[in-house]
Structure formats: C-alpha cells, structure tokens
Ligand binder design. Structure first.
Ligand code: PLP
Length: 410
C-alpha cells in the first residue's frame, strides 16, 4: 500500500542533504568536543561552525545559541532558567542591600503564558506553579490569537517572563510577536528599573518550533529575549533543539542552567554536545533559509487546493481558525458529524497519516485544549483533524489522498 504522510507538524523526514551531513560526521567526527587533542578540536570546530550558522540565521550572536536535547528541554530551560536567574540575581542584590531582604523574600514571581502553548510550556508552567510561582494563563479569541489587552493588564512588577508561542502547532495560527514585544518593552521602560532584580524583567520568550520554516525569525525584528527551535520539525534529526538566549552587558545571561555538570554550552547546558545531531540541525537551518519563500508559496497553494477539494467532498467541512493569519502548512479541519479518532484510524488503514492535534496528546482520549480555548464546541473539537504538509508533499500525492478520503467520508 502506498503511504501518504500528512503529519509534518508532528515531525519531518530527514532531508537527503541533512542525512549526508549526519552520516559523514557520525563516521568521522566522534571526538568529545571538550577534549584538547585533534579529535576533540575537530568536534568542537564542527559544533562552533553549526552554532555560527544558526546564530546568523536568526541575527543572534554566536554565544547566544545554547544546544539542548530537544525543544521541550529548551522550553524548560527558558521558563525554569529565567526563574532561577531571578533568584540568583536576588541573592546578589541581598548581599549588597540587606534592607531589601524582607521585600525580596516576599517576591512571588509571575510568569505569563498563553492558554494555547505547547505542552512543554504549559506543563512546565504548572510545575512551577506547584513550586510557588504565580502563572497567568492568557486566553485567546475565536481565531486563536492571544488577547493583548489581557496581556497588558497581567504585566506587573513581579513578572519575570512572558512566553507566547510564535505559531501554534495544532492550528498554525501566528501570534503577533512583534506587537507583544512592544507591549513588554513599553512596560519595562515605564518602570525604568526593577526594584527587585539586576536585570530588566520581564523577559520575552517565544517557541518558534513550528514557525521557523515559514516565518522570518530574526530575533531583533521579533524583539524576543529567548527563542526555542527544533531540528526535527525542519527536516533535521530528532533529539536536538536550541535556545536563543540574549546576553546582557551587566550579566552574561538572563538564565541559569537547569542541567549542571561539565559546563558545556557556556555553562547553560551541561553534557557532551551531540556533534552529529548539531551538524544535521545546522544543515536543516541552511536549507530552510534557502527555500523559505518559495516553499511558503508552494505549500500555501497546495493547502488551498486540498481544502477546496475537501469542501467538494464534505461541504460542511470547516477550517478551524480560518480568519486568522496562519502557517501555510497546517489545516485543522472539522468534519461535522464525524468522529475524528475513528476517521484518523480509517485514514491510516488506507495509507494516509494525519493527526488529531499535537503528537504529545495523540494517546490521550481528551480532545484538543487548543480548539477548546478558541471556543469550539465539544462536537467541533471531536470532529477535527490536523493535516500538515511539507517539503515532500506533491499535488499528485494530494489527489491520490483525496480520492481515498472521498471513499472513506462518503
Ligand atoms: N513546541 C512546539 C510548538 C512543538 O510543536 C513541539 C513538538 O511537538 C515542541 C515544542 C517540542 O519539540 P521536541 O519534540 O523537540 O521536544
């Protein structure tokens, strides 16, 4: 049976050029990047070259890219690390200013996230809540866009971090990151200096895992302090992510490590660097940069064609978040009267791979919290499927899939 893959938002196949890069490094570049001899230096040079490529592609400095074991880990580092840094900075301030000690100890940190973040942000936020942080969950409107008025109201002196996803993994809805950054910047400037910490908080983090392929993720244009990237969503290997972490002149980093040990990654993420995966990641980034505009247009046209054909088969089919600005590769479609889970199984039995939403929730019987937060009814949530396309999707493949889908739906 021919297999058709429409789940690129869950993971992407390795690009042949990335594979070539990985294979040659897997064989020849085995040294520990921390070692002083030839083999170690060779590994370190490869890691550094990859770091430079990734930094350049988002307009960051070389030292601002921290490799992690996944985007999940990068998101954890952003949230937990920023909170830890705040505590460390407080300690410095305590030493110099004992009078503030009482005040400082009463400082309950606030983190602001949206209700439609990826689980790696939401679950981390919930965990930090248990540890005493105050978490504000921002609602989204019916188009899946974060409420900026509520964000403005939620910012206070105690806010350490705001984390808003750049483009959602279930709906593809793009958030107004530059506008959010402006709101945060204005808040910071109005307050001038924070009485509690040495660094100008709140910081702004965005999870750009899904967005990077199609959007300009220049950190200066977006105005973010922290940004998460992942290789396996852009035709690179699994098990490698990166966090962009802005450096400040007064203190080197706005984060403290959550994984300690040998001090790799400028002390922010210990553990021997995964040289092979890192080189694959850098190659994937280069390819994404080369093809971004062309691919965006091609996939947009393919997606439009696909949905038009779906409407011909099931006229009541609804594109969720239709009015929002969205990534071109994700179509989250409600099929009224159908149960998405049984559709998914039928599609798979006929060779078509799609999903109900995030891969992390695939084994759960719960329907999508993202669609729920957008105000979709239980029935709409339960009848929605995510189709996501990518570099190897062709019109011919779509036509074949549509024939099969027509048979199943009718
Ligand atoms: N953030 C978003 C938006 C994602 O879509 C994913 C992957 O599903 C992740 C984070 C987690 O990525 P990783 O699998 O590299 O941990």
């Amino acid at each position: 049976m021919r297999r058709i893959y429409f789940d690129y938002a869950a993971s992407t196949p390795i690009d042949p050029e990335v594979l070539k890069e990985i294979n040659s490094n897997l064989r020849d570049n085995f040294g520990n990047s921390g070692s002083l001899h030839y083999f170690g230096q060779k590994a370190m040079a490869t890691v550094d070259k990859s770091r430079e490529i990734i930094a350049k592609s988002i307009n960051a400095d070389f030292r601002e890219i921290v490799f992690t074991g996944s985007a999940t880990e990068a998101n954890n580092l952003a949230l937990r690390g920023a909170l830890k840094a705040k505590n460390q900075n407080l300690k410095i301030k305590n030493k110099n200013n004992n009078l503030k000690l009482k005040n400082v100890l009463n400082f309950k940190p606030r983190i602001i996230v949206s209700n439609i973040e990826h689980e790696s942000i939401l679950e981390t936020a919930r965990d930090l809540e248990k540890e005493g942080a105050e978490i504000i969950y921002l609602p989204v409107d019916k188009n899946g866009v974060v409420d900026l008025k509520k964000l403005e109201k939620a910012l206070n002196e105690r806010t350490v971090l705001v984390s808003i996803i750049c483009a959602n993994n279930e709906t593809g809805v793009i958030q107004p990151i530059a506008k959010i950054s402006e709101i945060i910047r204005n808040f910071r400037e109005k307050r001038h200096s924070n009485p509690y910490t040495l660094n100008p908080i709140p910081y702004f983090h965005t999870d750009a895992v899904q967005a990077f392929q199609f959007l300009d993720c220049n950190i200066k244009n977006l105005g973010v302090d922290l940004m998460t990237l992942s290789a396996h969503k852009i035709y690179g290997p699994k098990g490698i992510g990166a966090l962009y972490a802005r450096t400040l002149h007064s203190t080197p980093y706005i984060l403290y490590p959550i994984i300690t040990g040998g001090g790799q990654e400028f002390g922010l993420r210990s553990g021997t660097e995964n040289t092979v995966a890192i080189t694959g990641f850098a190659k994937a980034i280069e390819l994404a940069n080369e093809n971004r505009q062309k691919e965006k247009k091609r996939i947009f046209l393919l997606s439009q064609y696909f949905f038009k054909e779906i409407k011909k088969i099931i006229p009541s089919a609804q594109l969720n978040a239709e009015r929002a600005e969205r990534l071109p590769n994700i179509l989250n479609i409600a099929f009224p009267g159908y149960d998405a889970e049984s559709l998914l199984i039928k599609f798979d039995l006929n060779g078509i791979a799609v999903s109900r939403g995030s891969a992390c929730m695939a084994r759960s019987s719960q329907s999508s919290y993202v669609l729920k937060e957008m105000g979709l009814s239980e029935n709409q949530q339960r009848s929605s499927l995510r189709f996501s396309f990518g570099r190897f999707t062709t019109k011919e493949e779509m036509s074949s899939a549509l024939k099969i889908i027509k048979k199943i739906l009718k």
